[in-house]
Design a protein around this ligand. Structure first.
Ligand code: ADP
Length: 477
């Protein structure tokens, strides 16, 4: 595998993240702009409408107080006051005969037929505001058509929306300008943020790459790019620790196998060589028998080591079932009783009448008990005693193997669970120093623990604890 440097910016996660931020940002601003623009235009139109209504109401009131001539005069004055281009007025009879009007030369829209249609509608009582977009003017004109003097006349007042439209245009320019600046800042900020988060990912990638090159000791440095990246880095480091641990374990096993198998192999070779020189068929048979025994022991040793390596690495799942530890221990006691008796040792079993159920691999647990009993018998003189006890304590099944044997010195107690470790004084007894390390591996694979309490010349107690299983489906043994 090679770590290719990809130059395409478009393909990076940081770019995609920034792009998505930008798209979302622009979309939401477009929506905000659209809504606010509509609200602004509607309120501006509303203000113009109020102005037009006030003007027609004033005319209507003047009819009551001052009569037609005065109204006509006032309208003319009003036109002059406002400026001929600012506003147009016209007053018509319901038959659409013009009574008074602004200059149609200045307001060509006054000739539009649609204006007369709105006037007739107003004469029928359907007063209303309309917006006209004349071709001769760049702005729209807002027009109110309404009858006055109790329906005797119709008044039409129009006002160009020049100021309002200019205001709306300024608003659009300012808004869009701000959007552009905000968008630019947003893109820069999200790009910086995305780059920052990706820094952690790049660190992990580079560490993985270095490990791939053989530097198994490398770890990802922790940063502050955010919880997810930190979690990823920590999990990655944990995984590397675990791999390193497994590799070291595997290397140790391989080294030990290479080292510790050399001795028995040399012995077997020596035996085979001396057998070659034997003339007597009986001696010959005896030597070959010893060679076979040594080979069996060697094979058993290799198997035990492989089994431990598998259990430690968690490669082989144990055949878990509900096991009654009391029945299993009693079975072990029955098997070892004749061996203990042969050596003049009293072996006693103590356990409750009810089952104590754990979830475990029956064959592994059997071998744990057998190894502990075997050691107890091996390291106890005749007339000594051994007690195998099973009890329940704080949610755990406790298996105790207590002997009155030679005991173990304090400095050796921590080391007896190491592979191939044997206390100096017990080197004359048969064994490979694998029994207790095997027991420890098996107990740990069942989620349990093992400890030892011992004093030299007084005896030793090995205590195995395995978590209880709360439901009791007991396998037949
Ligand atoms: P082995 O029994 O094959 O030597 P083990 O791993 O079972 O290997 O035991 C390691 C060492 O621990 C033994 O060599 C012995 O010195 C010591 N040991 C184990 N069990 C006992 C015991 N019950 N009493 C005294 N010493 C013990």
């Amino acid at each position: 595998m090679s770590l290719k440097k990809k130059n395409s910016l478009l393909g990076t996660f940081a770019f995609r993240l920034t792009l998505w931020y930008a798209i979302l940002f622009v979309l939401s601003l477009i929506i905000i702009f659209f809504i606010s623009y509509k609200i602004l235009v509607a309120s501006l139109v509303h203000v113009v409408d109020r102005e037009l209504s006030a003007a027609t109401d004033k005319i209507d009131k003047e009819f009551l107080s001052q009569g037609l001539d005065q109204v006509k005069l006032d309208i003319r004055e009003g036109i002059e006051e406002e400026g001929t281009n600012r506003i147009f007025y016209r007053m018509l009879t319901p038959q659409l005969n013009i009574v008074v009007t602004s200059d149609p030369l200045k307001w060509p829209c006054l000739n539009f037929p649609i204006l007369s249609r709105w006037a007739s509608m107003a004469a029928e009582g359907q007063a209303g505001f309309h917006t006209l977009s004349p071709r001769d003017r760049p702005y729209q004109i807002r027009i109110l058509s309404q009858w006055v003097d109790e329906g005797r006349y119709v008044v039409q007042i129009g006002r160009p929306m020049k100021d309002e439209e200019e205001l709306a245009k300024i608003y659009s320019k300012v808004f869009l300008g701000s959007v552009f600046i905000l968008l630019l800042c947003g893109i820069i900020l999200s790009w910086i943020e995305a780059q920052k988060s990706m820094k952690g990912v790049r660190r992990i990638t580079s560490t993985a790459w270095n490990i791939g090159q053989g530097d198994i000791k490398r770890r990802v440095a922790l940063g502050n790019e955010g919880e997810e990246i930190e979690d990823l880095a920590e999990t990655f480091n944990y995984m590397l620790d675990r791999i390193e641990q497994l590799m070291t374990g595997l290397k140790e096993v391989t080294d030990n196998i290479a080292h510790d198998l050399r001795t028995p192999l040399t012995r077997i070779r020596g035996l085979a060589e001396s057998t070659l020189g034997k003339k007597d068929i009986e001696q010959y048979r005896e030597s070959v028998g010893t060679i076979v025994e040594e080979c069996d022991r060697l094979a058993q040793m290799i198997n035990t080591m492989l089994e431990m390596a598998e259990a430690d690495a968690g490669l082989k799942k144990p055949d878990q079932a509900s096991i009654d530890v009391v029945a299993l221990a009693r079975q072990g006691y029955e098997i070892f009783l004749p061996v203990a008796q042969d050596k003049g040792i009293s072996l006693e079993f103590k356990g409750p009448l009810h089952p104590i159920v754990v979830l475990a691999d029956a064959s592994r647990l059997q071998r744990v008990i057998a190894n502990l009993l075997d050691n107890a018998i091996k390291f106890t003189e005749s007339r000594g005693s051994i007690r195998l006890e099973v009890r329940e304590d704080k949610g755990e099944a406790v298996i105790l193997v207590k002997d009155t044997g030679i005991g173990i010195a304090e400095d050796s107690q921590a080391r007896i669970f190491e592979k191939f470790y044997r206390v100096e004084s017990s080197r004359s007894t048969p064994g490979h120093g694998l029994g207790l390390s095997f027991v420890k591996s098996m107990v740990l694979s069942m989620g349990g623990s093992i400890s030892v309490e011992s004093s030299p010349a007084q005896g030793s107690s090995f205590i195995v604890k395995i978590p209880l299983q709360q439901f009791s489906k007991i396998t037949k043994m």
